[in-house]
Design a protein around this ligand. Sequence first.
Ligand SMILES: Cc1cc2nc3c(=O)[nH]c(=O)nc-3n(C[C@H](O)[C@H](O)[C@H](O)COP(=O)(O)OP(=O)(O)OC[C@H]3O[C@@H](n4cnc5c(N)ncnc54)[C@H](O)[C@@H]3O)c2cc1C
Length: 296
Amino acid sequence: MQGVSGMAKVVIIGAGPAGVSAALYARRGGAEVTVISSGKDTGSLAKAHLIENYYGLAEPVSGVELLARGIDGAKRIGVEFREGDVAAVNFADDFHSFRVETEQEGFEADSVILAAGAAHKTLPVPGIREFEGKGISYCAICDAFFYRQKKVAVIGAGEYALHEAAALLPHASEVTLLTNGEEPACAVPETLSIHPGKLAAVEGDGRVQQVRFQDGSVLPVDGVFLAVGVAGSTELARKLGVMLEGNAIKIDEQMATNIPGIFAAGDCTGGLRQVAKAVYQGAEAGLAAVRYLRAE
Ligand SMILES: Cc1cc2nc3c(=O)[nH]c(=O)nc-3n(C[C@H](O)[C@H](O)[C@H](O)COP(=O)(O)OP(=O)(O)OC[C@H]3O[C@@H](n4cnc5c(N)ncnc54)[C@H](O)[C@@H]3O)c2cc1C
């Protein structure tokens, strides 16, 4: 169990109750712990007006307040917090450790805990659900190969969408970014076409064949990749080959996924979506990560 500084490194994606609880246990277990959270998507707890069903609250507190108390407590014991949208988790060259990528920087990790909250909702555009697996994809790195020399579109206007488009460019004959009426949040490379139209439907006969816009125009495509907002837990899991059950990350009772060294906790594992469950699973994941690193 050793990193550059002598301590093994645990990187946790998500600073909600699951991620922070995992950080407390991993840090107290002796690991060097970095928690990365998105500045754009602050998670579910930040949206909760008042929490009054969690242990130890004499009076209800706002989700924002409970979140801040958790983070302050973890900082006090030496957990490092960084802001950034994680776009991918990859195996490092040794296939034994990992690299967590945000648009700005990369973090080396001996173990990673996925705690980025519930699976992200897809867009309520007709055809998207219907064609899932039949031309609609949520993971460019997983499915780019199937679109060699084909026309594809990526729905999204942020850095995550650009990351997905970049993974498709070497394979597809044409990649179009569909921003659905939004301004792209960052510079778009010249190799990428942009269509700013509002989406009306994804259409096809058994498989995706075209995207229809609200002005009635159509764009013929063989595949459409969803990359709205920031990458969610399940998107990150898919890229790494972590098994899912429906839209939830599949874990055992110690919060371990099918990939050694990768753990998951909180809303991203499905079941009860409550703070108490996120905190419990975070604790188990933090302890399990430390046990995993000690066994290495
Ligand atoms: C309106 C509302 C009211 C609620 N009321 C209650 C209640 O009264 N009691 C209760 O127990 N529960 C309540 N909940 C549920 C509770 O908030 C969640 O179960 C809990 O927050 C889940 O914790 P989590 O850590 O798994 O995820 P979250 O709290 O969702 O945290 C996710 C974290 O992941 C980060 N993240 C996401 N994507 C990325 C990315 N790509 N890169 C980097 N970071 C990322 C986010 O920034 C965030 O820090 C409520 C939820 C909502 C929405």
